[in-house]
Write a protein that binds this ligand. Structure first.
Ligand SMILES: N[C@@H](CCC(=O)N[C@@H](CS)C(=O)NCC(=O)O)C(=O)O
Length: 211
């Protein structure tokens, strides 16, 4: 959802996990939003640590997707993506932290960036570096699959901020050939990704490279 007079301005890059996470939160809340293309390390990027996104909303300028998505959900979506039960909220927060601290760096550095640089920039990937990353990626996927098998979902509370963070992280991995092969061996993970792909907020924020 976008257009002139949008309520939210997201300064980020076109293929960016965290830009998409903020977009999904806006879509879930029904908040009109614009993405203003802003390369991470460009002079026009106002992020103090050179990352994206920076988000303008309700007179605030925010960085850090956890703070941004919690604000959007709390202020504009009645907290629908954050379970009220303290234990369920802790599990939601745990998955957000796992996505941010372990899965994203592992997938992004190991497979996703080399693949994007190859597809978009024509740069040959470092095959040895990719092969070194594969065992840890495979273990991480096995952990996620085991948790989904045990719980039937990340939190047992439907679609939450855990899904908002995990989807772009796992979807970007699935777009790489090796990531797709790994996920193909994880039935529950594949089913969860397929179910998310039907959700309007996910459809509305598809990356162009998802052909
Ligand atoms: N903790 C930040 C992470 C943001 C982040 O790492 N964004 C990536 C793009 S998805 C980025 O800016 N990468 C550029 C870089 O690491 O130099 C958040 O939650 O917003």
């Amino acid at each position: 959802m976008a257009g002139p007079g949008a309520d939210v301005r997201i300064f980020g890059t076109v293929i960016s996990t965290y830009t998409r996470i903020c977009q999904i939160a806006c879509e879930e809340a029904g908040l009109p939003h614009d993405v203003i293309a802003t390369p991470a390390h460009s002079p026009e990027n106002r992020h103090p640590f050179g990352r994206v996104p920076v988000v303008e909303i309700d007179g605030l300028e925010l960085i850090e997707s956890v703070a941004i998505t919690r604000y959007i959900d709390t202020a504009h979506n009645g907290g629908a993506l954050q379970p009220a039960d303290p234990a369920a909220r802790a599990i939601t927060d745990q998955w957000i932290a796992i996505a941010n601290n372990y899965l994203f760096p592992l997938f992004e550095n190991g497979l996703v960036m080399p693949w994007i640089m190859h597809r978009v920039g024509g740069i040959e990937p470092d095959v040895e570096a990719i092969n070194r990353a594969l065992p840890a990626i495979s273990r991480a996927l096995g952990f996620c699959e085991g948790e989904l098998q045990a719980r039937g979902g990340w939190t047992r509370h439907g679609f939450t901020l855990a899904d908002v963070f995990l989807y772009p992280v796992l979807r970007s991995l699935e777009l790489t050939p090796q990531g797709a092969a790994g996920i193909a061996q994880c039935d529950r993970l594949g089913e969860w990704l397929a179910a998310c792909r039907e959700r309007p907020s996910i459809v509305a924020t598809r990356w162009e490279i998802e052909t």
